[in-house]
Design a protein around this ligand. Structure first.
Ligand SMILES: Cc1cc2nc3c(=O)[nH]c(=O)nc-3n(C[C@H](O)[C@H](O)[C@H](O)COP(=O)(O)OP(=O)(O)OC[C@H]3O[C@@H](n4cnc5c(N)ncnc54)[C@H](O)[C@@H]3O)c2cc1C
Length: 348
């Protein structure tokens, strides 16, 4: 999810407010900014087609249903790929640089064995489905409960996405009854449980658990973007935004290299350091949330001070929407202002 375009564009309703329902209070803020006042949660089926069409219109040759089966390496340098379309013969393509934008199980990464760092194991196991008859009235609701978290957000076709997660330690025990465990979780928020009882599930459950890691995103003849280069739990829903940012940073670095403005190593090292610096605070925030453990006491105190302070709640909503870095929100000065606003005014 991320702040985006005008209301109703491509048929997805906007989210005006994010409600983070903690116990005992709810933080209710607007994630939008002046330039991008609304947020949207488009279906991937819609978003991905828009992206493919846009790439094609911009001049890229798009080959759908084409599987890369081999990375071609010569003298320790990636020089191309071998693969085939669904009904076609195997073809080999050569390139100055092969960019793996092929997800967290990246085929390119498996071939080049990049260094991995900041690794954390799977923390959370999440399942989602789409429901009709569950109107959200422009809200994105997040519920945090002991060892449980779930969220409901409107998407295309009058459907609401409901995603729910439990700690990864419970994966084995719960995987045989996903539906039962998913539904039971809503009893922790009785008003939501009642609303979803009146709704209809329109799709089968999908779900997974993902590891958290960074990969060095470049080497001789190759680069990685998106989940292929950096993956984290989906609890903060930042992956698509991060993949867009990576694509832009990587394309800029490659342009610098191809134009001779900087060497490949220098330009791509810049991509890596800019990426890491930008995403590390959100990575840490995400991994902390994904444990589904109670926040540390200092964070609990801060969230209590945020509650009721509209400016601070909007700021917190913007962190969750990926607009503001956690580093900025949790900076000493901002935290100090939030606590100062929450303190009772001195007597007299
Ligand atoms: C349960 C869940 C919920 C999520 N919810 C959100 C959310 O709400 N918001 C958000 O921003 N992010 C969310 N994410 C994260 C998001 O899906 C990813 O961060 C994002 O899709 C990364 O984009 P990408 O282009 O790097 O990789 P992907 O979207 O994984 O795309 C990789 C592409 O490469 C193709 N590919 C792979 N191997 C080959 C091969 N050998 N040959 C040819 N093609 C190949 C795949 O088919 C795929 O099309 C969620 C993730 C999960 C698991």
């Amino acid at each position: 999810m991320g702040p985006a375009r005008p209301p109703g564009r491509d048929g997805v309703p906007p989210d005006r407010h994010l409600h983070v329902r903690l116990r005992p209070f709810t933080l209710s803020g607007a994630p939008g900014t002046q330039g991008a006042p609304l947020a949207y949660c488009p279906r991937r089926t819609v978003l991905d087609k828009l992206l493919v069409d846009a790439a094609s219109e911009a001049g890229a040759e798009v080959r759908e249903e084409f599987t890369v089966q081999e990375i071609v390496v010569e003298d320790d340098r990636v020089v191309g790929i071998r693969g085939r379309s669904k009904d076609g013969a195997t073809v080999t393509e050569h390139a100055d640089v092969v960019v793996g934008a092929d997800g967290r199980n990246s085929f390119v990464a498996k071939a080049v064995h990049p260094e991995r760092y900041n690794e954390k194991p799977q923390l959370l196991c999440g399942y989602y489905s789409y429901w009709s008859g569950l109107p959200m009235d422009g809200r994105f609701d997040v519920y945090i409960r002991p060892a449980r978290g779930f969220a409901a957000v409107p998407t295309h076709d009058d459907l609401t996405l409901v995603i729910a997660g439990w700690p990864f330690e419970e994966h084995e025990a719960n995987k045989h009854d996903v539906e039962g465990n998913y539904l039971k979780m809503f009893d922790l928020a009785p008003e939501f449980a009642e609303r979803i009882r009146g709704a209809k599930r329109e799709a089968r459950f999908a779900g997974t658990a993902v590891p958290n890691f960074f990969r060095r995103p470049y080497g001789p003849g190759w680069a990685l973007v998106g989940d292929a280069g950096y993956n984290k739990d989906f609890i903060t829903a930042q992956g698509i935004l991060d993949a867009f940012r990576d694509a832009e940073l990587c394309a800029t670095a490659l342009d610098q290299s191809f134009s001779g403005a900087r060497s490949f190593d220098e330009a791509l090292a810049g991509y890596q350091s800019t990426r890491d610096e930008h995403v590390l605070p959100m990575f840490e925030f995400t991994c902390q949330l994904a444990t589904l453990e109670p926040p540390p006491p200092e964070l609990q105190q801060l969230l209590a001070a945020v509650h009721g302070n509209q400016k601070a709640m909007d700021g917190f909503a913007r962190v969750n929407a990926g607009v503001t870095s956690p580093a900025e929100f949790f900076a000493e000065e901002n935290v100090g202002q939030i606590f100062a606003a929450a303190s009772p005014a001195p007597a007299g």
